[in-house]
Design a protein around this ligand. Structure first.
Ligand code: OOG
Ligand code: MG
Length: 274
């Protein structure tokens, strides 16, 4: 799974630069207006994973040019539950912006999204630069300053939340929002594979899991991101935030919904949709 993703993102660009720019602008508009569009591969059936990342990086550049600021990264489609739910069987990454951040206990305007869903995730914050290729789990753990529970709000810009791998990658892996717990925990005395996870909607548990659901160990998700950034000649700087991927399937939310995530030994985080 790992190796296939690496190979495919390193080569295989087929879209011309001006097409990449047009597609990034289309996704940017869909994001800011919260109006869904058809997935890109319907119009560009030959689109590759490398093309998808080219569009995503062009989308990031557009947003940064407008004064948005990079807040970190997310890796997705890293658990079996998520892969089965979406019918996409490869992980992908996306960027997080400051404007995506939601306070713990904060309110999210449902109408600002197209069809938002929530996911329970483990977030890492690093204290050393990490460099691929060949980033190991041990290197990630040695570079982890602390971990936090995180609710990711995803929102596909594609109608009916339907996509394939190149399309979802172009759409910044459905990134929309994220809320972090208020307590930072160092990892020395934690087994990051066996932490129990409870996602609740309006007080009722709707998603139960353990952190090993993410690639066998959620730090593997960070290592994968580091290797994929390494393919572009980039490193993951010290102080980076990384959301490692949904531990259970994602759940659709409605206005009025109260979402809470608790992770064993890490505490909780909650948000409310209006
Ligand atoms: C793609 C993003 C997946 C995760 O944690 O698995 C993701 C999607 O399902 O829309 O963020
Ligand atoms: Mg996610």
């Amino acid at each position: 799974m790992f190796a296939a993703v690496k190979l495919a993102t390193a080569s295989g660009l087929t879209l011309e630069d001006h097409v990449v720019a047009v597609l990034a602008a289309r996704l940017d508009q869909a994001h800011t207006s919260a109006v869904g569009i058809p997935m890109l591969t319907l119009e560009h059936p030959g689109m590759t994973l490398a093309d998808g990342y080219a569009v995503q990086w062009a989308l990031q550049a557009r947003k940064l040019e407008r004064g948005e600021r990079l807040a970190g990264w997310k890796v997705g489609l890293t658990s079996r539950a998520k892969m089965l739910q979406m019918g996409v069987h490869h992980p992908s990454y996306g960027f997080l912006l400051d404007s995506f951040a939601i306070e713990d206990g904060g309110v999210v305007r449902h109408a600002a999204s197209i069809h938002p869903r929530v996911e329970p995730e483990l977030a890492f914050v690093t204290c050393r630069e990490l460099r691929g290729p060949g980033c190991t789990l041990a290197e990630v753990l040695a570079a982890t300053e602390y971990v936090l529970p995180a609710i990711e709000v995803i929102d596909s810009r594609y109608v009916n939340f339907k996509f394939d791998l190149p399309s979802v990658v172009a759409d910044n892996s459905s990134s929309s929002g994220f809320a972090l717990g208020s307590v930072c925990r160092a990892i020395e005395d934690l087994d990051l594979r066996t932490l129990g996870v409870v996602l609740s909607l309006n007080g009722a548990p709707i998603g139960l899991g353990a952190t090993a659901a993410v690639l066998g160990h959620p730090a593997a998700s960070v290592a994968m991101l580091v290797d994929l950034l390494g393919e572009r000649g980039l490193t993951l700087p010290a102080g980076s935030l990384v959301l490692t991927g949904g531990i259970t399937e994602a759940h659709a939310v409605s206005p009025g919904d109260e979402v809470r995530l608790d992770i064993q030994q890490l505490g909780g985080v909650s948000i409310r949709f209006v």
